[in-house]
Ligand binder design. Structure first.
Ligand SMILES: Cc1ncc(COP(=O)(O)O)c(C=O)c1O
Length: 411
């Protein structure tokens, strides 16, 4: 190998993040390229849950709300996610699904712009984001939804709008939206911004307050590795959180839940974005999962991520050309998040064939093969091997075997 094209072994040997892989429990023989959908299991997480279940719950019972700080978990876990967003302690809270968190912040943003009842978003946004917006519109018949299409001037779409709601990294293509540019355009138009950071957190080097986010939410189970259905996080800018009001005003968002008074009075900070009793087991799992970030620099993560996605694209284009794969993700690294997507008419079957060989990515209808590279546990050797297996499957057409056509519920 020349200096320009180092071998995977050379890159792995020089990789400052390589030791972090041992913080995960990954099955032998699996190359896991789906951490953008469900992160891998961190070492120690099962033991932590065992302790929470057997000791904190089993032995200590309800006393653990105080003794084990269960009550503090939404803010404690939020404080641990805050550095990954580039924001401060006390600004993030964790609980409920991403969809529910989005409903809360979106409604709060809309209520802060009563004279501008227009929400601008993209038609290609993640479906749950659109469904939640539509659900809110049905409750607020004056609310208008306006679609911005990439390529159109955001200024035109934002005229008269109260809120710009976007997903930072597109789930299909991996394209990064220009948070700073679009937020500036929104603010100049008098609108607030709501960002879905599900595919950005734990993979991009974020500084969301500087870049103009007003509200942000994101998943706990992707690059944050909190496990299936892990709770989501919510951040609101320190200025707006003082005045923002969200409609799911349950007792955990009350300023004094244990006063049991009939009138709602919101807690003073980000706690007002909580609703009801939190998912203690899932919060404990996410808390434990966040240990893997100890000593990890997001700058290093992003640097490795760019090298990995570049290597995968180059490898696939070199070894798999002529078999119908087309790059869907942006070619320019600066515009691409942590995943690489290719299209292929037989994408579903090819992905099933890959999974049967231990290379786990996923498929998004109608024809997208998605490969996510979590730099904390994917090695450069994994990438080269994944390319080799993909090339072999395409060359030998093993994807044509009938078992790979069987449609499964979750793709
Ligand atoms: C951009 C985006 N938002 C939201 C979600 C899902 O939200 P929830 O946690 O409510 O299922 C996903 C799931 O993949 C996503 O990609």
């Amino acid at each position: 190998m020349t200096n320009e094209t180092p071998s995977a072994a050379e890159l792995d040997a020089a990789d400052p993040l390589a030791p972090v892989r041992s913080r995960f429990s990954l099955p032998e023989g699996v190359i896991y390229l789906d951490g953008n959908s469900l992160g891998a299991l961190p070492v120690g997480l099962a033991e932590r849950l065992d302790q929470v279940i057997r000791h904190e719950w089993g032995n200590r019972l309800i006393r653990s709300w105080n003794e084990a700080n269960w009550y503090e978990l939404p803010r404690h876990v939020g404080d641990r996610i805050a550095p990954l967003l580039g924001v401060g302690a006390g600004e993030v809270v964790v609980g409920d699904s991403t969809s529910v968190s989005l409903f809360r912040v979106l409604a709060a943003a809309v209520r802060l712009r009563p004279d501008r009842q227009i929400v601008v978003t993209e038609r290609g946004n993640f479906p749950t984001d659109l469904y939640i917006l539509e659900g809110l519109r049905q409750l607020m018949p004056d609310l208008e939804i306006r679609f911005w299409n990439e390529g159109e001037s955001p200024e035109d779409s934002l005229r008269g709008a109260g809120v710009l709601m976007l997903t930072h990294v597109d789930y299909r293509t991996g394209r990064i939206r220009d948070m700073r540019g679009l937020s500036t355009a929104a603010h100049e138009a008098g609108a607030l911004t709501v960002w879905d950071l599900s595919h950005s957190t734990g993979i991009l080097d974020l500084d969301i307050d500087r870049d103009g986010a007003d509200f942000a939410i994101g998943c706990g189970y992707k690059y944050l590795n909190g496990g299936p259905g892990a709770p989501s996080f919510t951040w609101v800018s320190p200025e707006l959180v003082k005045v923002a009001e969200q409609p799911l005003s349950g007792w955990f968002g009350h300023k004094d839940p244990f006063a049991f008074v009939p009138d709602f009075e919101a807690a003073s900070g980000i706690q007002r974005f909580l609703t009801g009793t939190q998912q203690v087991l899932s919060l404990a799992a996410l808390d434990e999962a966040l240990n893997v970030w100890e000593g990890v620099s997001m700058r290093e993560v992003r640097k490795k991520s760019v090298m990995q996605t570049e290597r995968f694209i180059a490898g696939v284009e070199r070894s798999c050309s002529g078999y119908g794969l087309a790059l869907l993700s942006p070619r320019a690294s600066g515009e691409r998040g942590g995943q690489v997507s290719f299209t292929h008419d037989e994408g579903y079957r090819i992905m099933q064939a890959l999974i049967s060989r231990g290379v786990i990515g996923d498929f998004r209808a109608p024809n997208i093969l998605r490969f996510g590279f979590s730099p904390l546990y994917v090695s450069f050797a994994d990438i080269d091997r994944a390319v080799e297996i993909l090339a072999e499957i395409l060359r030998t057409e093993t994807w044509r075997q009938p078992q790979f056509a069987a449609k499964r519920t979750v793709t």
